[in-house]
Design a protein around this ligand. Sequence first.
Ligand SMILES: NC(=O)C1=CN([C@@H]2O[C@H](COP(=O)(O)OP(=O)(O)OC[C@H]3O[C@@H](n4cnc5c(N)ncnc54)[C@H](OP(=O)(O)O)[C@@H]3O)[C@@H](O)[C@H]2O)[C@@H](O)CC1
Ligand SMILES: Nc1ncnc2c1ncn2[C@@H]1O[C@H](COP(=O)(O)OP(=O)(O)O)[C@@H](O)[C@H]1O
Ligand SMILES: [K+]
Length: 500
Amino acid sequence: MDIVTAQEMYEWDRVAIEEAGITGAMLMESAGRAVTEDMLRHIKGSDQVVVLIGAGNNGGDGFVIARTLLNRGYNVETWQVVSDDKVRGDAKTHRALFQSSGYTYRTDLDGLEPSLERCDVIIDAMLGIGVKGNLREPFSTIVRQANVQRARRLAVDLPTGVPADESDDDIDAFRADATTVIAAPKMSAFLERTRPFYGEWSVVEIGLPVNELPKTDRKVWTREDVKRALPIREANSHKGSHGKGVVIGGSKHMPGSIAMSARAALRSGSGLITIATVDSAIPSVAPFIQEATYMGLEENDGFATGQAPDLSGFDGVAFGMGIGRDPDTRGLLEGVLEKVEAPLLIDADGLYELPLDQVRARRNPTVLTPHPGEFARLAEVSISDVIAHPFSLSRQFAKEYGVYLVLKGPSTIITSPDGEQLVDTSGNAGLAKGGSGDVLSGVLLAMMMQTDSLMEALANGCFLHGSTAEHLTVEKHSMTDLLANDVIEGLPVTFRTFSC
Ligand SMILES: NC(=O)C1=CN([C@@H]2O[C@H](COP(=O)(O)OP(=O)(O)OC[C@H]3O[C@@H](n4cnc5c(N)ncnc54)[C@H](OP(=O)(O)O)[C@@H]3O)[C@@H](O)[C@H]2O)[C@@H](O)CC1
Ligand SMILES: Nc1ncnc2c1ncn2[C@@H]1O[C@H](COP(=O)(O)OP(=O)(O)O)[C@@H](O)[C@H]1O
Ligand SMILES: [K+]
């Protein structure tokens, strides 16, 4: 499923209208009808519905929605919140259709608040992708009034006040319980600051000529994508067919991280996993992971040091989990960056003082898996910049350093060195705990060794990790008590949902 910016959406509309010959009014009719159909899940026959209509085409959709609901016998009050002369083009056409169907709308805004207080459902068709900057009156007052009502709040395309794209503006917007998105999700549905305004969202098809539309290089990675792309275990496979991987990390006082990464990699189908860690950590880790083999690293004061060991013969390497930030570890990291020819994943403390020039110089794939704080440090920007502009900063960074970047968060954005982006929305706040990232690194390492497409491998890994947290918090745990180790032990159920 493509993710669009406002500009890309306008281009799709242009192609539909100018090249495919679908009229704007026709598109608005199908959009309004498709949105109504979707919204009916949230509307009961006895509900009093208020439809709020603005000046642009989002408002035009609102006239179609109001007419469709009225035609079907629902109780609807329709409010155009701008003066008549502001409504133009296709929206004006649909207002005329609304009126010629025998329906009336109100514009006396003094009476709006009591209506909002009385109603059961508020449909927001005030502003869509055309919003610019902070809300002006009367929108800001109406949004404030709507947001405090007990009524269910449903938004058309996107909640009024939420921009479609990345933005630095403060957000004052309609707080939807659910949003019916037209044709394709907009970037803001995945951004930390704007995503909560959407509530639960769904996408409706509106009759755009899908095969003629310019492709975007940004997509949501869905369960169907995972089903198609997950590696299949052939009946006659042997352990070598599924990857021989090594996880390098851990320190005397942090032996747990590397154990979790290794265990997650094994649970995710790796053929063989070697744990490379400081000698002093091996006795505490080994009893818990008998399936792994071990490689001792030289240590100084409990931290790994010395040269990189011989890592030829491995199909994948993950570096950094629990390795600590001791300056003496740097030589080991530099050796790994220089010598490893297999795909190399770097996470956690491995990202702390990462020599980016050396990363750029690598001829083989490098995957970096930062959370926003780690990425801000790597890209030399503030965390609030990362939160506001994760798509563009990720793309810029991945292209500049030639890396696969997995920027973690409630929506995880995976970017290839040529700028293609996949977004994983699985997971929940149960994962906001120490150790979740270590588990993810293990799952990703296993996936990287079992498929030719690194992008698909990374997206599959993120999805498996996140959807395991989702099913565990439904069936067995709460978001409060869920631990990283629970996620590892929950992976088998996730895999089983894909294996039949
Ligand atoms: N054929 C199509 O294109 C289709 C489009 N579709 C639908 O159209 C929607 C996009 O429509 P759109 O481009 O008309 O923009 P939209 O968001 O309705 O409003 C623009 C108006 O808002 C105003 N305004 C802006 N910022 C403001 C602010 N801060 N505070 C207050 N006012 C502000 C702005 O005023 P201006 O700044 O120009 O004075 C202008 O009057 C899209 O989301 C989808 O729902 C579907 O029907 C499918 C077919
Ligand atoms: N609120 C959330 N919703 C969905 N996923 C989340 C949420 N919080 C964290 N995660 C996921 O949990 C993992 C946390 O990784 P990271 O921050 O590196 O954890 P740690 O450093 O504690 O191991 C990432 O995969 C991230 O996407
Ligand atoms: K809207």
